[in-house]
Design a protein around this ligand. Structure first.
Ligand SMILES: C=Cc1ccc(O)c(OC)c1
Ligand SMILES: [Fe+2]
Length: 505
């Protein structure tokens, strides 16, 4: 079928259907769905000590793009909420009413152009974010986050959009990370924005927000390279910024090019800053040979005062859809990210990090989306949970291949690494399934690290619908409950568990 010409000739033509591209096909076909289900079907038993809501976000483009080969990362943020209470589960899903979403809905067509390139838009936006990367609970509201803009605030009960969150005008940065960190002792939210003065600017704005929403401090830094800083890490005394060697160039943007280009000659730069009371001069930029830092797991300080920073590390460009200047990118099936520990002396004067002195691989499998018992965030910890891809587990790739769609990474199981013993346990959800990011739910009344449940949304390519799998960390071999959705939710990014006990104040 051919593209339908736009009725307004001033706007770029859009099709009335999604493109025949992997990121818009099979399980990744956009759904546009909002709605509520009062009680979901459950196989097994949801333990009655579980009382709370799992919020997560996925990109789900409301309209076919007018951009060719628009990446998965550019879809509209759609928030799913699964409330687990009294052994039952309910479901709610709403789009974030961003300026982009609202104006496109009114125009009944796509108006936004390329991922993070305003020069390709059909209209001028004040804020062009899709709010599609993470959803966190803070000071009574949900924050829907994408790293290119301030958060959108949402009502945790209705998922209605309240509006752009600038913290009563306190937010000094144009951008806000999708991966803020929470101090489990104080509830402080530690944040930053990069390209914080606009597209292509090297400015990083570091800020801490008290649990009551009051800004505690702001520090402006200048980055040695305008690179993506997707995640970061926090300890009691330090913050760590891993710079991904995906770089931005304003002239390329103005020419209608991509926001990001892989830079093989750029090292993996690690910024280290005192968490409290820093001045811009206090930042140190450590360097390590070119590689791709993916998500952080956790960080803490050892007895000698070193920063111990655990994150996923890939030796190739994990964001293969943004190739290097010559157009080169690795084949997706050759990517392998390992949970890796960097030990960094923040007082060092030699800023070159080396594999021999600073790096230890904690888990050799192909893993991503690391989670922990959040009560141990920023502190010494023992238990890491993650998505794992191990083809030997028995996934029927031949059967599900046609339904997978593409543009997103595939993980067929959940892993639990006991860092003290080095042992990994694996939960395999089934031969026709892939897993999304898990969340950890503490067992009520237990303060033991990692004692509780792991909950993850799972894509079932045989039924072409989504399932929630709930695993008790005391027995990782099977799910205690599989919660069925009569729907297909696209592959998403991040989410969090919000315990009812932490909301009822
Ligand atoms: C997973 C990383 C990531 C990084 C940047 C993004 O804009 C994003 O959008 C969904 C996701
Ligand atoms: Fe992320």
């Amino acid at each position: 079928m051919s593209a339908t010409p736009s009725s307004d000739t001033a706007l770029p033509a859009v099709a009335s259907h999604y493109p025949a591209r992997p990121q818009f096909s099979g399980f990744m076909k956009p759904t546009g769905m909002e709605g509520d289900i009062g009680t979901l079907e459950v196989y097994g038993t949801i333990p009655v000590d579980i009382d709370g809501t799992f919020y997560r976000v996925m990109p789900d483009p409301q309209f076919p793009p007018f951009i060719d080969n628009d990446p998965w990362f550019n879809g509209d943020g759609s928030i799913s909420a699964f409330t687990l209470k009294d052994g039952r589960a309910s479901f709610k899903q709403r789009y974030v009413r961003t300026e982009k979403f609202t104006r496109e809905r009114a125009a009944k067509r796509a108006l936004l152009g390329k991922y993070r390139n305003k020069y390709t838009d059909a209209v001028e936006f004040k804020v062009r974010t899709t709010a599609n990367t993470n959803v966190v609970h803070f000071n009574g509201t949900l924050l829907a986050l994408k790293e290119d803009a301030p958060p959108y605030a949402l009502d945790p009960d209705t998922l209605e959009t309240i509006g752009l969150q600038t913290f009563d005008g306190q937010l000094p940065s144009l951008t806000f990370t999708a991966h803020p960190k929470f101090d489990p002792a104080t509830g402080e939210m530690v944040c930053f924005g990069y390209e914080a003065k606009g597209d292509g600017t090297p400015d990083i704005c570091y800020y801490r927000i008290g649990a009551d929403g009051k800004f505690l401090e702001t520090v402006w830094l200048v980055s040695p390279v305008v690179a993506m800083i997707h995640d970061f890490a926090v300890t009691d005394n330090w913050v760590v910024f891993p710079l991904i060697p995906q770089v931005c160039d304003l002239d390329r943007l103005k020419q209608g090019g991509e926001h990001w280009q892989w830079s093989p000659e750029t090292p993996f730069v690690v910024g280290v800053l005192p968490r409290v009371g820093a001045t811009p001069a206090d930042v140190k930029w450590f360097r390590y040979p070119n590689c791709f830092p993916s998500h952080s797991c956790n960080a803490f300080e050892d007895a000698a005062g070193n920063i111990v920073f655990d994150l996923g590390l890939c030796d190739k460009n994990l964001f293969f859809w943004w190739p290097d200047a010559a157009g080169n990118a690795p084949a997706p099936e050759t990517l392998h990210t390992k949970l890796t520990r960097f030990t960094i002396d923040p007082r060092a004067t030699d800023l070159e990090l080396t594999a021999a002195a600073n790096v230890q691989v904690l888990q050799h499998g192909n893993t991503e989306f690391y989670r922990l018992d959040d009560r141990f965030a920023t502190q010494r910890y023992r238990h890491a949970f993650f998505d794992l891809m191990d083809p030997a587990l028995g996934t029927d790739f031949r059967a599900i291949g046609p339904q997978l769609g593409g543009g997103y990474p595939l993980y067929n199981s959940l892993g639990h690494l006991d860092i003290a013993t080095g042992e990994t346990e694996v939960y395999f959800p089934g031969k026709t399934h892939m897993v999304q990011e898990p969340v950890f739910i503490p067992r009520r009344g237990s303060t033991v690290e990692g004692d509780g449940y792991l909950l993850a949304l799972v894509n079932n390519y045989a039924s072409m619908s989504s399932e929630l799998h709930l695993v008790d960390t005391k027995d990782f071999t099977k799910a205690v409950a599989v919660i069925m959705l009569p729907l297909r939710l696209r592959h998403g990014l991040h989410g969090n568990w919000v315990d009812a006990a932490d909301v009822a104040k």
